[in-house]
Design a protein around this ligand. Sequence first.
Ligand code: SAH
Length: 244
Amino acid sequence: MWRAQAWKATALSLFPEMFPGPLGGSLAGKALKDGVWSLEAVDIRRFAKDRHGTVDDAPFGGGAGMVLKPDVLSMAIEAVAVPGVPKLLMSPRGAPFDQRRARALAEGPGVLLVCGRFEGVDERVIEAQALEEVSVGDFVLSGGEIAAMAVMDGCVRLLPGVMGAAESASEESFEDGLLEYPHYTRPATWVGPDGAERRVPEVLVSGHHGRVAEWRRGQREEITRRRRPELWERHRAAKLNEDK
Ligand code: SAH
């Protein structure tokens, strides 16, 4: 697909030199060089108001750590925000980032990602700038940069032309609410470090596409049911709705 303008990710960070980091290599890195997407990492400190470059202060009410100042962060957001581009704040209490959100973002013009540090950011900026809080999992990172890179990577690989085979995205984990089936490659028989001989499932070498598809479907359902009961329930509820 031809686009008038490359998909653009903008990161606001106290450590802009961390970007593109791992996104400069492999699939995302090639797409970046090819101009399929672009990345701008902007230093929040540029918007500090004093000559010391102060960006944080102690929390009202006391407690440990420092909080990113609302005035400085808001100025930074205003300087880089573009109407129509979603403004996300990386945050452990945000909505879990998922494949659906990645797909929606990839279909848009790009994304602005605000990376927190220290204890986080002043609540009033989140409100005033209508930031959408997004989490990459139920654990705490030391800063939003790695979370922002995870979000970028999840989006970029979905951009037209980035992944080799067009179909390779549609059968993946989460695309229809199920986890992926197991993969196998040559050799067909492999002796592992435990001395046991392991053969690939017979159906995969049968050459029977219908049976292969059926087996994979069954594996996806079984794995999802066992590992992620909540995903399985959601998938089943969605299916029931479809059939109605
Ligand atoms: N005091 C906060 C944690 C701050 S961690 C709390 O208890 O919730 C510092 C910064 O790292 C956050 O502002 C956020 O931008 C980023 N961060 C940490 N964990 C994250 C996660 N799971 N997902 C997205 N961003 C995260």
